[in-house]
Design a protein around this ligand. Structure first.
Ligand SMILES: [Zn+2]
Length: 307
């Protein structure tokens, strides 16, 4: 079984596309949670979003109706694999939107994705509790993104995590919303955007704004909505206008979040493991050893190339 947002990429000239390869291999495609729940699929199945939805499964913080979610996919995979391969199975689940949120440095969206990932992990853990002697769960990351730090120069001494509770939009959704307003030629007033910042991020309402921050926000508002500056900060998955960029900079500063990059970083990442064979995953290790250790525990030959 495979699951995710949608099939991406185009086949090189003269070669079959992914959809054809999958159907030739006997896979059927199920679109969206409702179709999945009908349960008409066979053993070989690909679960995707309904076709009219986003490329990815959508940020948790944006709560997009009708989209798949990581916990839904996790539950569907565990139940499916338990049914079609009751003796043994392997599942790899990636919380890919954590990385997506961190590339443009959207701390609130990333924290909500981590909580979403934690919910998926809880489902795997429940399975482990039912099959303790024969289940292994390994949790890790292939890299850090953004170099997000708890603490920023000139920011508060302790993190103000509560601020994340007021954030009701991802940085990306706010950028798209602003773009839409500008494109529609709406006449946007500062009062309107000030209310918007309160509703979507808690700024000026639950989170107080000082005079300097207020001036900076109004200046960015004028540049983006009145002067219609097209200057944008490019990040890997989204370009940000000055207003969105400054809003989130101020939000980070008030909350106490620092960043080192918009790319992947070279920090150590943790490895957590529980269950049978988990003692193999203690302490620092080369990330390329992890799949080999899993292979060894499954009695499959280890990979030696590329080391
Ligand atoms: Zn990335």
């Amino acid at each position: 079984m495979f699951a995710g947002g949608k099939l991406r990429g185009r086949a090189p000239e003269g070669q079959p596309d992914v959809q054809t390869i999958l159907s030739d291999a006997g896979y059927s495609i199920v679109n969206g949670p409702d179709q999945w729940k009908e349960g008409k699929h066979g053993n070989k199945v690909v679960l995707l979003n309904a076709p009219y939805h986003l490329d990815h499964i959508g940020y948790t913080i944006d709560s997009i109706k009708g989209n798949l979610t990581l916990p839904f996919i996790t539950k569907a995979c565990i139940e499916h694999m338990e049914k079609v391969s009751p003796k043994k199975f392997f599942i790899m689940i990636e919380g890919g939107l954590i990385d997506h949120a961190l590339h443009p440095n959207d701390a609130g969206a990333a924290v909500k994705e981590l909580l979403n990932f934690d919910e998926s992990l809880r489902l795997a853990y429940d399975f482990y509790l039912r099959h303790k002697d024969e289940t292994l769960i390994v949790v890790t990351a292939d890299h850090n993104t953004g170099g997000m730090a708890a603490g920023v120069s000139g920011g508060p001494y302790t993190l103000k995590m509560k601020n994340f509770d007021y954030q009701r939009t991802s940085m990306q959704a706010m950028q798209y919303e602003c773009q839409r307003m500008i494109k529609n030629g709406d006449s946007i007033t500062w009062d309107f955007m000030k209310t918007y910042l309160g509703e979507k991020l808690g700024l000026y309402t639950a989170i107080p704004i000082n005079e300097k921050q207020d001036k900076a926000l109004q200046e960015a508002f004028r540049s983006t909505f009145i002067d219609k500056s097209t200057q944008e900060k490019k990040t890997l998955y989204v370009s940000l206008n000055k207003f969105v960029e400054r809003t989130f900079n101020i939000m980070d500063h008030i909350t106490g979040i620092g960043w080192t990059t918009g790319s992947h970083s070279g920090d150590f990442v943790p490895v957590f493991a529980i269950g049978t064979g988990s003692e193999l995953f203690q302490g620092f290790q080369d990330n390329t050893d992890i799949p080999n250790k899993i292979r060894r525990l499954c009695g499959i030959q280890e990979h030696t190339s590329g080391k």
